[in-house]
Design a binder for this molecule. Structure first.
Ligand SMILES: NC(=O)c1ccc[n+]([C@@H]2O[C@H](COP(=O)([O-])OP(=O)(O)OC[C@H]3O[C@@H](n4cnc5c(N)ncnc54)[C@H](OP(=O)(O)O)[C@@H]3O)[C@@H](O)[C@H]2O)c1
Length: 296
């Protein structure tokens, strides 16, 4: 079969499933669709999609099936009843969840004879199918190899390994950084707002900080991987003092200091364990047993 025009099935036509189906249609693929609420599927018919009457017929219609449902429970509700009808199917599950859920779903569906590539979409719906889109995959590497050209209709496709939980774990890692960044910007904006400084006035200065983060991340990563935390450029005593100023000023002005105080307390704990001359990367060990185990 000409892989460039291979038929693809999409199960789930919420905001993201619809964006995925549209990206496939735009790339010239024959697309079969199914959604629990039929009206959402019908909306794509004028654009060239073919509606299947049920999930089994949808999976049978194409050599590749993309699944994008609300959560892991919805995936089980839709796919588990198919039983042996999944034998030989190539499934790409782009439903977000935890690594453990991705592993359990992949194991269950693989036991029924399907090949399962798990994935996480790292962009909002408007970016799907653009050069800025990133989708992370892990699991059945053969599915990625065979259908990569098709999956590129969604955007950049990074294969992270054969463990189906790995893409979900990278997803959580990226979200961890994302939410912490957004929350700290909002905390800082609230703090500066106590002197009447607007968000717009402060934003360019926050961006200045963001610009130095990529190099800082690379330095932290090297320290963490080597389990060595040299305080060449900064040290925890100095870091804790700066964090203390943020906490004290927040408290004095009635701004909740919990966010910077969490970081200050992590730094203080490492200082109390005798690591005050180490760099900021040392606080990775304050996050718990798994990291300590890796470092030892
Ligand atoms: N939207 C984004 O920007 C974005 C970005 C990255 C990742 N994601 C991930 O993509 C996945 C889908 O997100 P979405 O934005 O498309 O969500 P959504 O708009 O809420 O759509 C949810 C989809 O799941 C279906 N569904 C829910 N429960 C079901 C059940 N019990 N049985 C059968 N179908 C069920 C819905 O069917 P009905 O139409 O019948 O309700 C719908 O097709 C999620 O895992 C989300 O985390 C989304």
């Amino acid at each position: 079969m000409d892989i460039e025009n291979e038929p693809v099935t999409v199960l789930g036509l919420g905001g993201m499933g619809t964006a995925l189906a549209r990206a496939l249609l735009r790339a010239g693929h024959p697309v079969t669709i199914w959604n629990r609420t039929a009206a959402r599927a019908e909306a794509l018919v004028p654009e060239g999609a073919r509606v299947a009457p049920d999930p089994a017929a949808a999976v049978a219609a194409s050599p590749l099936t993309v699944v994008c449902l609300l959560d892991d429970a919805a995936v089980a509700t839709v796919l588990d009843p198919l039983g042996d009808a999944l034998a030989g199917a190539a499934l790409v599950d782009l439903t977000s969840g935890t690594p453990e859920q991705a592993r359990a779903t992949a194991a269950r569906l693989t036991a029924r004879g399907a090949q399962v590539l798990s994935g996480t979409i790292m962009v909002p719906t408007p970016l799907v199918g653009t050069p800025d889109a990133l989708v992370l995959y892990s699991g059945a590497t053969a599915v990625h190899a065979r259908h990569r050209a098709t999956l590129e209709a969604f955007g950049r496709t990074d294969l992270l390994g054969a463990d189906p939980g790995r893409a979900a774990l990278f997803d959580l890692g990226m979200l961890d950084v994302f939410f912490a960044g957004l929350a700290s910007f909002l905390h800082a904006t609230a703090l500066l707002g106590t002197d009447g400084i607007t968000g717009a006035e402060f934003a360019p200065y926050a961006e200045q900080v963001v610009a130095i983060l990529p190099e800082a991340f690379r330095g932290l990563a090297a320290d963490v991987d080597a389990a060595r935390y040299p305080g060449h450029e900064d040290n925890l005593v100095m870091d804790a003092a700066a964090l203390g100023h943020i906490v004290a000023t927040s408290r004095a002005r009635g701004v909740d200091p919990a966010l910077p105080d969490l970081v200050r307390r992590l730094a203080q704990r490492a200082i109390d364990r005798g690591h005050g001359a180490d760099g900021f990367s040392r606080i990775v060990e304050e996050f718990g047993a798994a990291t300590v185990a890796r470092a030892s």
